[in-house]
Write a protein that binds this ligand. Structure first.
Ligand code: NDP
Length: 244
């Protein structure tokens, strides 16, 4: 890599996003570490990148707000000069059965997980088209491929990210831009720590690897998809799920 490449990882204050930001930092990218509310956690991630010789800046934005999602990308481009890599990782759950699901639980999950990616991709791709180079990775989920009861909002958002990725791959594949989705299985993070022990045990039974995944294992896959070597890999959904 001759020129340093710039990467924005949404939701990188903790969990999978944090591991992805650290991995890209180690790989030599200048990283925009993004948070919604946990600024000091994001600052810690940036500090960790810098202390191992990398470059990082911190950006806050509530991605359930469409204007904030577009402006996040524009702020990163303003500070870094360009954006080669976008990882749409931020996501939330508000689980419940369809018949009891409140309108606001549907809306907030779709806005945060799916709509935000439309806005960040649109802002980023304009910049990537000029450079005729870009890598976008959308963090979907195994449930976006397989479905899951009690998560109609989350599953719809994650399936939507797969559709968005496939359509964009076809729309911009001729411009040196790749758009792929990853579909993690059960990965240890705050999101999965909230689940009752009974639910965790039931998931574990369905994982051939016999264990939950680590954020670092997702990050390694994302690092490859973001690399220039992955230029012929486009519009794919990569499962990182221990064989689930
Ligand atoms: P966490 O709950 O640990 O972290 C969520 C991240 O998203 C945080 O950085 C958080 O920021 C950010 N975020 C939350 N709400 C908003 C918002 N409104 N605007 C902007 N950012 C927001 O989640 P995970 O690390 O577990 O998950 C990361 C991604 O991976 C998600 O998209 C999730 O759906 C997906 N995934 C996770 C799996 C797992 O097993 N953990 C499995 C499959 C997919 P802040 O810290 O500031 O609140």
């Amino acid at each position: 890599m001759v020129n340093i490449q710039n990467a924005l990882v949404t939701g990188s204050s903790r969990g999978l996003g944090r591991a992805i930001a650290l991995e890209l930092g180690r790989a030599g990218y200048r990283v925009a570490v993004h948070y919604a509310g946990r600024k000091s956690a994001a600052q810690d991630v940036a500090t960790e990148i810098r202390s191992s010789g990398g470059q990082a800046s911190v950006f806050g934005a509530d991605l359930s707000d469409r204007a904030a999602a577009s402006s996040l990308v524009n702020r990163v481009i303003l500070e870094f000069g360009s954006l080669e890599v976008l990882v749409n990782n931020a996501g939330i759950t508000k689980d419940g059965l369809l018949i009891r699901m409140k309108d606001e639980d549907w809306d907030s999950v779709l806005r945060t997980n799916l709509d935000s990616a439309f806005y960040t991709c649109r802002a980023a791709i304009k910049n990537m088209m000029r450079a005729r180079y870009g890598r976008i990775v959308n963090v979907s989920s195994i449930v976006g491929v397989q479905g899951n009861p009690g998560q109609v909002n989350y599953v719809a958002s994650k399936a939507g990210l797969i559709g968005l990725s496939k359509a964009l791959a076809k729309e911009y594949g001729s411009r040196g831009i790749t758009v792929n989705a990853i579909a993690p299985g059960f990965i240890e993070s705050d999101m999965t720590a909230e689940l009752p022990e009974k639910v965790r045990a039931a998931y574990l039974e369905g994982i051939p690897a016999g264990r939950f995944g680590k954020p670092e294992e997702v990050a390694a896959t994302v690092r490859f998809l973001c690399s220039s070597e992955a230029g012929y890999l486009n519009g794919q959904v990569i499962g990182v799920d221990g064989g689930m």
